[in-house]
Design a protein around this ligand. Sequence first.
Ligand code: DUR
Ligand code: ZN
Length: 129
Amino acid sequence: MNVDWGVLRTAAVEAMRRAYAPYSGFPVGAAALVDDGRIVAGCNVENASYGLTLCAECGLVSALHASGGGRLVAFTCVDHNEELLTPCGRCRQLLHEHGGPELLIESPTGSRPLRELLPEAFGPEHMED
Ligand SMILES: O=c1ccn([C@H]2C[C@H](O)[C@@H](CO)O2)c(=O)[nH]1
Ligand SMILES: [Zn+2]
């Protein structure tokens, strides 16, 4: 599947501008291409009880399912400077569930599969008997 990283980054920047990050002052936007061609996005949403903060990736995964489900094919994430951001550890696991090890993650040097960021990942297949 052809990935237009520019379109994805624009969607991530738009989402970043809608972030709710009054505590960290660090707005984040994420966007992903779904296997049916649509684009889903999310922004971080913080909370006065800091630990309840939702990363941008959480909103993206929720948007994926709220808009019809499917598998994530390519993912990008930006900060307030519109610089690429690598997903935190928890979000790598979250993305793995919905995109698998071959999900492409944009990086400054191109893109790399999620398996390079989360080797030997625990996944749904480990729940089978
Ligand atoms: O992958 C990441 C890493 C951090 N954040 C958010 C959480 C918090 O609101 C802010 C600072 O950690 O950035 C994300 O949304 N995604
Ligand atoms: Zn995260």
